[in-house]
Design a protein. Structure first.
Length: 434
């Protein structure tokens, strides 16, 4: 999409990032030569004093990303890690403490009506046309993606910068810039299993009594439970993305029955808890996130993110601009949004098992071996390492779930904030107390 901003730096043919990276020397040279005058020099001098706070959950709000961004952009990015309710509470009650909100798709349903974020001007996003149509068009490989749950396209667009509702058509204003996303499944310890795991129903199989765990995040945990119960033939749902009170009641009653019967070794709430449960062998099958599987593997422990017959539970995040941003801070925020999908982050998060909204630049940031392994379903031609350098896969291994195309073609449902969320939370509290 053509950039229509009235930015002197851009109209001169010199980008703000070039000015920042060149520092005072570049600004002085440009000014002296007559190539650039006025605003760009002031911008370059003052941008160094900007600090943007990127706030989100631990799986995507990573200090390494902040360090790299600060190094390349010339202003400071700070990371603040919160849990799911903590992000929304902070956005509403202390909005000025955040610059960039790293939101899951369903969280926009709470934040946007509150008016705490401003819509993103798509004309200022240089690589918008490269971003995955999974978000921008609701399609993958030319086919409509599942609408069960909160599919990205349903919350992608707004009509104006200050709009507090969503629209079901493309506009020039985005709720956020697409960022990290994945298709989730179950983590297993193949070395400790007595048989193969192939279905969501295995999460509740008596074969794994006392060795199973489920995530203690109601909106996510209930999805895993519904996938398991439907797979086992115990229940049927008209729309797993938006169950009725009666359906939720039946799901929670069955979960409580399983818990009281000793089926679940634990209900985990944090990334570290899930890693420790699996690495120790206390659990052999559980709800899991991709980087948690990577963390277990980096300890030299066998762990598989198991593809399942019924498909995956999709989720996605986006980077939203807080409403208070203006002037130089807003300019810097747009620079950060553009940088985020320019390649480095995409390569970094691929090694966690996540995907970048800009597949093209992410692939370019990986080696041929890494591209083949993480995106193309090819056997590794050399050992694969985590973002921090620990070995996670050996030469000859194929990534769990195969290629990028194979994985996302099988997304069955999306993480969501269902209509009956308050009812779910009340029932989930009963589950915890059982």
């Amino acid at each position: 999409m053509k950039n229509v901003t009235k930015d002197t730096a851009h109209s001169s043919g010199i980008s703000r990032r070039q000015i920042v990276k060149g520092g005072g020397a570049l600004a002085g040279t440009a000014l002296g030569s007559g190539a650039v005058t006025g605003f760009p020099t002031i911008w370059a001098q003052n941008i160094k004093n900007v600090t943007l706070n990127h706030t989100g959950m631990s799986y995507s709000t990573i200090a390494d990303i902040a360090r790299q961004a600060s190094k390349e952009l010339g202003f400071k990015i700070e990371m603040s890690v919160v849990d799911h309710p903590g992000l929304l509470n902070r956005m509403v009650n202390d909005p000025k403490s955040i610059g960039i909100a790293d939101m899951e798709i369903w969280q926009t349903k709470v934040a946007v009506p509150q008016g705490v974020t401003q819509a993103v001007d798509i004309s200022k996003i240089k690589n918008w046309g490269q971003l995955t149509p999974l978000y921008t068009e609701g399609k993958f490989n030319g086919k409509e993606v599942s609408r069960q749950g909160d599919a990205p396209i349903e919350y992608m667009y707004r009509t104006a910068k200050d709009a507090t509702t969503f629209v079901n058509e493309k506009t020039g204003w985005a709720t956020f810039v697409p960022s990290v996303y994945n298709a989730d499944t179950l983590g297993v310890r193949p070395d400790l299993l007595k048989r193969p795991v192939t279905k969501w129903a295995d999460l509740i199989s008596p074969d794994f009594k006392g060795k199973a765990a489920i995530q203690n995040i109601p909106t996510n945990g209930v999805m895993d439970a519904m996938m398991a119960f439907e797979s086992a033939g115990e229940m049927k749902f008209a729309d797993k993305g938006n169950p009725t009170q009666d359906e939720i009641s039946r799901v929670m009653a069955r979960l409580i029955e399983l818990k009281k019967g000793g089926h679940f070794r634990a209900l985990w709430s944090t990334f570290d808890e899930s890693v420790n449960l699996m690495a120790s062998g206390e659990v052999v099958i559980q709800s899991m996130w991709s980087p948690a599987v990577t963390a277990v593997k980096s300890q030299g422990v066998k762990c598989v993110y198991q593809p399942l017959a019924e498909g995956y539970r999709g989720w996605g995040n986006g980077l939203a601009l807080m409403n208070h941003l203006s002037g130089l801070d807003l300019d810097a925020a747009y620079e950060y949004l553009n940088w985020y999908n320019s390649g480095w982050v995409g390569g970094f998060i691929a090694k966690q098992g996540y995907y970048s909204a800009n597949v093209e630049t992410a692939k370019a940031a990986l080696t041929e071996n890494e591209r083949g392994f993480f995106y193309e379903g090819k056997p590794a031609t050399a050992d694969i390492t985590s973002p921090t350098g620990e070995k996670t896969n050996s030469k000859g291994e194929i990534r769990d779930g195969g290629s990028y195309e194979e994985r996302f073609a099988k997304v069955a449902v999306w993480n969501n904030l269902m209509d009956q969320a308050e009812f779910l939370y009340a029932k989930w509290n009963e589950f915890n107390a059982a």
